[in-house]
Design a protein around this ligand. Structure first.
Ligand code: NAD
Length: 500
């Protein structure tokens, strides 16, 4: 349960007023698995009051390109909790992903996906896997800020922020503590992206120090993904940024054999959304054979978030027992191993019959044994001294001789700013570049103050940058972008060029 949320104290305790939740029935198999899930929640005594909202295909086709209308937003704003069945995004241009819209508009900063293997009842590559992936959900390359700058070069901005990193890393540690997990592993690529991933790593080190009861470690994402695929039993909670998290959470679900079984939570400070990870499965829609387990697991996470941990455990344990007893929908049915192939409704009935029972072989769900309390304090920006020490001009130039552009640009100045070096795709090509380096039409030209004929990263007025830009323009250079070079409290806020 996320503290600071707007839920009343009563609703947190499972005894008071029923918690209003917005329910999206979804498309394809959505309504079938949602009905089954709600039936199980009701039978288990979940203290919720569902309010149906209209989102998805019908809304898209009515002309709302985001797949959600005003009324649904209002219900979400009132309820603060959403249980959502998968929806179908119509093919064709102009339709925006509802999930991305919801995540960004509602500030759902954490995507939490527990992945457990259910051997021998579900086919899996690994028999003892129990991992929770906590993925940053709002920033990184998913900010969607892309530009084409030259004929050759397209750019996507990777934004990693301190508030975003602090929120997600703290969420991972709070989650670990709240649910009795022992270790948090941070995954980054800061050997290459020293500033952006470096920040994420630094924040992880700072925050992990506040949780001495939880083991912490950092791994480089490439080898970490390989290790996760080979030895998932070595991982407990994983925290990482948006793109890496997107990739490893699918790897994890796939190797556990549970793509169709996993639930997922999208947690925000005000609003949170719970769902299955799979899609609307139009190929089997309307046949009443879909497996409701993914959505049910999403609903179990929702109950834990609401503080209804005992009900969450009750449902999860009955579900595990149902799988052990061999009641399997067609997607997980194994001839000779499963006891009975059941449809969606029969599966729900089997879970309901087992409410109050525990699994005999699979590990029991013990959500209620943790505190369930998750505390994310407000972000406090620390004031740092920011000084301008240079500028990178990105120039579109179709030539191939770095010395030619370098020698010409060396004649262009602004205040104390003079050309220090040029890189092409990050590799230094002027002065003293290597003839083998391939150059595109996108030249990053670094101007810094010169003192006594030597370049120094020292304070310079912004007016010098404007003068430099004017002079570069007058000299016929096509400047497509500038990036100011700053020091923050004296520390370098930019990367050096390879070979600088
Ligand atoms: P999908 O997950 O819907 O289906 C992939 C395969 O898994 C299909 O063979 C399907 O029959 C099977 N499957 C999925 N869920 C199942 C279940 N509960 N029980 C039994 N079998 C199940 O992926 P897709 O076919 O790529 O996408 C279909 C639609 O879903 C697309 O419109 C896509 O945009 C949408 N989608 C929505 C969400 C979401 O709303 N969160 C997520 C992913 C995809």
């Amino acid at each position: 349960m996320l503290d600071n949320s707007v839920m009343s104290q009563e609703s947190k305790t499972n005894t008071g007023v029923a918690v209003p939740i917005a329910v999206a029935m979804g498309d394809g198999i959505g309504p079938e698995i949602m009905k089954a899930t709600l039936r199980i929640l009701d039978a288990a005594g979940a203290n919720i009051e569902p309010h149906t909202i209209e989102v998805g295909e019908k809304v898209y086709l009515s002309g709302e390109t985001a797949g959600i209308g005003k009324e649904a937003w209002e219900t979400i704003r009132k309820c603060k909790i959403i249980l959502k069945a998968p929806i179908t995004t119509p093919q064709g241009k102009g339709y925006k992903s509802l999930n991305v819209t919801m995540r960004k508009s509602l500030g759902l900063f954490a995507n939490v996906r527990p992945v457990t293997s259910l051997h021998p009842y579900i086919k899996t590559f690994h028999t003892d896997m129990d991992v929770v992936i906590v993925r940053e959900n709002e920033e990184d390359l998913y900010a969607g800020i892309e530009h084409r700058q030259t004929q050759d070069v397209y750019q996507c901005l990777k934004l990693i922020t301190r508030p975003g990193s602090e929120k997600i890393v703290r969420y991972a540690f709070e989650y670990a503590r709240a649910y009795g997990r022992k270790k948090v592993t941070c995954m980054v690529k800061d050997n290459i992206m020293k500033i952006t991933d470096g920040l994420f790593h630094k924040v992880f080190d700072e925050i992990s120090a506040e949780y001495p009861d939880i083991e912490s470690e950092t791994q480089i994402i490439d080898i970490a993904s390989a290790r996760l695929a080979a030895k998932p039993q070595n991982y407990d909670v994983i925290v990482t940024s948006n793109l890496y998290g997107d990739i490893i959470s699918d790897i994890a679900a796939e190797i556990a054999g549970s793509v169709g079984m996993c639930g997922s939570a999208n947690i925000g400070k005000e609003v949170s959304m719970f769902e299955a990870i799979h899609g609307s499965a139009p190929d089997i829609a309307g046949q009443a054979i879909a497996n409701p387990s993914g959505l049910l697991n999403g609903a179990v996470m929702m109950l834990a978030h609401l503080g209804q941990n005992e009900t969450a455990d009750k449902i999860k344990n009955a579900w595990l027992r149902t799988l052990e007893d061999g009641y399997h929908t067609a997607d997980i049915y194994q001839e000779g191993k499963s006891a009975k192939k059941v449809n969606t409704g029969e599966f729900a009935d089997a879970v309901i019959e087992r409410l109050g029972q525990n699994p005999e072989k699979l590990p029991m769900s013990t959500l209620a044994s943790g505190s369930g309390e998750i505390n994310i304090p407000d972000y406090n920006r620390k004031k740092e001294d920011k000084t301008l020490v240079g500028v990178d001009l990105f120039i579109d130039w179709e030539g191939s001789d770095a010395n030619e552009i370098g020698n010409n640009l060396s004649k262009v100045t602004g205040g104390n700013l003079q050309l220090k070096m040029i890189t092409n795709r990050g590799v230094k090509v002027f002065p003293n570049g290597m003839p083998e380096t391939y150059c595109t039409d996108h030249w990053r030209c670094r101007f810094v103050p010169f003192k006594d004929g030597a370049p120094v990263y020292e304070t310079e007025a912004y007016a010098s940058v404007l003068e430099l830009l004017n002079n570069a323009n007058a000299a016929g250079f096509d400047v497509v972008k500038t990036e100011n070079l700053y020091h923050f409290d004296g520390g370098r806020g930019f990367s050096l060029g390879q070979g600088e």
